[in-house]
Design a protein around this ligand. Structure first.
Ligand SMILES: CSC[C@H]1O[C@H](OP(=O)(O)O)[C@H](O)[C@@H]1O
Ligand SMILES: Nc1ncnc2[nH]cnc12
Length: 295
């Protein structure tokens, strides 16, 4: 068993967590630039926690400009082993109502203006995204949220759109009727891909704020309506987080799904052809496989 350190990425409405002891904001520099904000590190019921507000305190980064690589690198650099993403989302399903939480298990990535990998020329890697989230971590989040009194839906496909504008009605209908998506948001990609590359267990808790624009009984989504629901959702998210240490424990076994060994067979660039500058930048994210003799 190895020590567990839990990272929490807070989305719209969740800019702080409560109940942590020995806590402080820490600035971290990464080879990919500065993260969205300082990271709030502390202890909750014996479990080490690192909290990062995805959009920064005051919500200063738009979904396209969130420094996703720096965020994941900083969490990894601080020793985080498991990451829970908490996000606002629109719902495509009548039964997934505002205030409900959806434990996402699949994604469709429609973002196009973001850098999606730590790897590239000089060190190429291809990780599997067939099962893009950690099932075990997601199940624990579901339990923690239910204990906090939240209605939870386990499983759902998250459509990641570029934004920042909300969808057109034609897009909303396409994603819902033809593509079978459950929820829509703007941030979980490339975050989930980068977490996988960094060999972090990643679970996505999508908190429903609205019905996007497809629902005949609801007005098209407006940010003011979202903010009204967000406050209640953020309180519920904090309650869920307070329940996590007791359920997760302070030690972790190797991930049964292999999230923590995702790079094992992913590197394809021959060792002698690798760019030393690139390898240096990958020290935190891929140090486990790059510092040893493996190819
Ligand atoms: C404030 S509504 C749109 C905004 O909220 C979501 O952000 P996050 O996933 O960080 O909670 C959505 O993806 C958009 O970025
Ligand atoms: N309807 C919606 N579309 C995209 N992102 C969202 N975040 C919250 N609601 C959303």
């Amino acid at each position: 068993m190895a020590p567990r350190k839990l990272g929490v990425i807070g989305g719209s409405g969740l800019y702080a967590v409560d109940g942590l002891t020995d806590a402080d904001w820490t600035r971290v520099e990464t080879p990919w630039g500065a993260p969205s904000d300082a990271l709030f590190c502390g202890v909750l019921d014996g479990l080490e926690i690192v909290f990062l507000p995805r959009h920064g305190r005051g919500h200063v980064h738009s979904p396209s400009d969130v420094p996703y690589r720096a965020n994941i690198d900083a969490l990894k650099r601080l020793g985080v082993t498991d990451v829970i993403s908490v996000s606002a989302c629109g719902s495509f399903r009548e039964e997934m109502a505002p205030g409900d939480f959806v434990i996402v298990d699949q994604f469709i990535d429609r973002t196009f203006a973001r850098t999606k990998s730590f790897f590239g020329s000089g060190c190429v890697a291809h990780v599997s995204m067939a099962h893009p989230v950690c099932g075990g971590l997601g199940a624990t989040c579901a339990e923690a949220a239910r204990k906090a009194g939240v209605t939870v839906h386990e499983g759902g496909t998250y459509l990641a759109m570029e934004g920042p504008q909300f969808s057109t009605l034609a897009e909303s209908n396409l994603y819902r009727d033809q593509w079978g998506c459950s929820v829509i948001g703007m941030t979980n990609m490339p975050e989930a891909k980068l977490a996988r590359e960094a060999e972090l267990c990643y679970a996505s808790v999508a908190m429903v704020t609205d019905y996007d624009c497809w629902h005949p009984g609801h007005d098209a989504v407006e940010v003011t309506d979202i903010i009204r629901v967000l406050t209640g959702n953020a309180d519920a998210a904090r309650a869920m987080i307070r329940n996590l240490p007791a359920l997760l424990g302070t030690d972790r076994a190797p991930c049964s799904q292999g999230c923590d060994t995702a790079l094992e067979h992913a590197l394809i660039t021959a060792p002698e052809a690798r760019d030393p500058g690139m390898i240096k930048k990958l020290d935190a994210v891929a140090g486990r496989v790059l510092s040893g003799p493996k190819t």
